[in-house]
Design a protein around this ligand. Sequence first.
Ligand code: ASP
Length: 329
Amino acid sequence: MRTAILGLVMVALSGCAGMENSMASKKPEWTLLIHGGAGVMRRAEMTPENDAAYRAGLNEALDAGSKILASGGSSLDAVEAAVRVLEDNPNFNAGKGAVLTREGVAELDASIMDGRDREAGAVAQVRTVKNPIRAARLVMEATGRVMFAGKDADELAAKGGLEIVPPEYFITLRRLEALRRAMAGNLEPQDRYGTVGAVAMDKAGNLAAATSTGGMNAKPPGRIGDSPIIGAGTYADNASCAVSSTGDGEYFIRASVARMICARVDMKNMSAEQAAQASLDEVKALGGTGGVIVLSHDGSVALSMNTEGMFRGHADATGKRQVGIYADE
Ligand code: ASP
């Protein structure tokens, strides 16, 4: 009887608003989840043009990653490709169009992790690498280290042959205005944060995760959030799951969100959705908001948030293709 009631409660909980999630009955041959950040415009202020532009950007990122996965490519290549597309799209807070520090510059953070062996790479506070996610991958594959920051990270990327751009490349009018609003104390939800990320499982069953961000609007120079922190913003382990986070980075670091989600999947046998919700509840209890995308080794997925929305997308080998912005869609 008790178990039956518990079962009913679990079913009811799994249908919670804001959770566009599913337990996989059968694992698709490959799966890709992406997010474009949990800081979304209030619905009333979203114009049809903006709505269409965001959805087109998400679909473009899904296209880039799906193409690789469908043709038998690796999850690592797929998450990098999807994130690069979002970094190049000025609508999202990563790469071009990133939010700015109080001093009006873009300081970019990114990380990537390979679920096969838990190799990982990250960069923080880079100012001239066009695609910070490529720099994170370079750190992982070429240095034997996990994280580089600041000027040295920029130099490493340049020496590694990555495309270097002047710091102004990243600055857009929209983010300058958002910075001005923040400095005047009028912070809109979409001005606060963003971040992009992807998690994937390839045909070989390998998981990978990648995250890239400009961080928080009007952050003090030198501030680093969760996105380049392995275990907070990004995590991937074939034995458990792959995670990319977005939200108030300080809280995501303190709650070790990405690692804890995978630990819950691994040690407590939770589904992606249950583990995501448990960690977001922890973040909320600390005072933070945000969202996560989670892909479990068993194929279960979560695109969960405790914000009004999260730009997100889901594609898999069965032909599934979905993008969303608000929590209730
Ligand atoms: N988590 C990012 C940071 O704190 C920001 C975001 O996801 O919106 O830097």
